[in-house]
Design a protein around this ligand. Structure first.
Ligand code: UD1
Length: 356
């Protein structure tokens, strides 16, 4: 079977790592990188870290307005599908690269597999929400991380192709943390002059937070009220937004470049708490037993909220402080939420049954 996988942005490289190596055992995988993320620190580093083969094609689409970016990807992916002739197109998550891959496949009537199906924020002003909804409704296989996600797809009238397989990021986390983590994190913490359990880790990159001066300054004020240092691996979008809005980081912030996955997981594991607007980090914090404060007004990963390990604080300084103060201790119940870290095996096995 020939699988064409469409990747483009950092979280997709992380999600593809465990499934790509499995698919290649029995099938031919062709990788298209849209070029949505082009910085070494957001892109090629992850291919090296996870031994993902170099993309067969890089469309080098780069940054731009949403329509312009997605349209350029659509044209490039369509050309690639026509040249390669896949049996299946595989997409991950909710970025513009996901939607472009989904549309290109649907227009050429190639069956589409979507990993991370059924997630909803119910906020259509988020570009990711539009990307998810449309991709799900074009998919032949909808790989949902939870029963809740599967139920949502059914509520939207999708009656076939839904499989609850767990969260593929838990597979990646197992790959990443399989090594000598205490030692590695010790070196990293020393280099950053941090003490285990005595700092917070924060990431902010969502358009809703970085494009709004009010929200970004609210988050910075919230961070400045925390009594511990806050490490901030800065996404390029956020660095640019800080300059554009004329905002500076509070004195307790330690800004660093974006990190690879292993270093990031080391920093999560040793943090007192995580503050983030990323979907992936909300789950990774949960898996590693570290409390999370989500800097958004809603989340797709609602199951983490129900456990008490994740709290929504929006971009409001008071809510951020209250949420950090209310975070649970290590003995707080910690149920399994999104499977067992063997999601990639399930997906590979389901796709392998496909006969074109
Ligand atoms: C994208 C996804 C988001 C995902 C995130 C992970 C969409 C709509 N958004 O957001 O869901 O959580 O990736 O990081 O697909 N830039 C660089 N170098 C790069 C890439 C981007 O400097 O390699 C800067 C550019 O100024 C660009 C801005 O970041 O304009 C935004 O990049 P873009 O790819 O459009 O979206 P992300 O914010 O990265």
């Amino acid at each position: 079977m020939k699988v064409l996988t469409v990747l483009g942005a950092r979280p997709q490289f992380i999600k593809a790592a465990p499934l790509s190596r499995l698919l290649r055992q029995n099938h031919t995988e062709f990788l298209v990188h849209t070029g949505q993320h082009y910085d070494e620190k957001l892109s090629s580093r992850f291919f090296d870290e996870f031994n993902i083969p170099n993309p067969d094609v890089n469309l080098e689409v780069g940054s731009g307005l949403h329509g312009e970016q997605t349209g350029a990807m659509l044209a490039g992916i369509e050309r690639t599908i026509l040249a390669f002739g896949p049996d299946i197109v595989l997409v991950y998550g909710d970025t513009n690269s996901t939607l472009a891959g989904a549309l290109a496949a649907a227009k050429l009537c190639i069956p589409l597999a979507h990993v991370e199906a059924g997630l909803r924020s119910f906020n259509r002003s988020m570009p990711e929400e539009v990307n998810r909804v449309l991709t799900d409704h074009l998919s032949t296989w909808l790989f949902a991380p939870s029963r809740g996600a599967a139920r949502q797809l059914e509520l939207e009238g999708i009656t076939s192709g839904i499989h609850v397989v767990g969260d593929i990021m838990l597979d990646t986390l197992r790959l990443t943390t399989a090594h000598d983590k205490d030692n590695d994190s010790g070196v990293l913490l020393n280099n950053l002059r941090l003490t285990r359990g005595a700092y917070h880790l924060c990431t902010v990159h969502r358009a809703e937070n970085t494009d709004s001066r009010v929200r970004l300054s609210g988050i910075l004020e919230g961070l400045s009220n925390l009594s511990l240092p806050v490490v901030l691996p800065l996404h390029p979008r956020t660095r640019i937004s800080l300059q554009r809005h004329g905002l500076s980081l509070p004195p307790n912030a330690v800004a660093i470049d974006p990190l690879g996955h292993k270093d990031m997981m080391c920093l999560v594991q040793s943090a007192k708490g995580v503050l983030t607007d990323s979907g992936g980090l909300q789950k990774e914090s949960y898996y590693l037993g570290v409390p999370c404060v989500t800097l958004r007004d809603e989340t797709e990963w609602v199951e983490t909220l129900a456990t008490g390990w994740n709290r929504l604080a929006g971009a409001d300084p008071d809510r951020i402080r209250e949420a950090i103060e209310a975070t649970p201790g290590p003995t707080h119940p910690h149920p399994t939420l999104y499977g067992d870290g063997h999601t990639a095996v399930r997906i590979a096995s389901i796709l392998s049954q496909w006969e074109a």
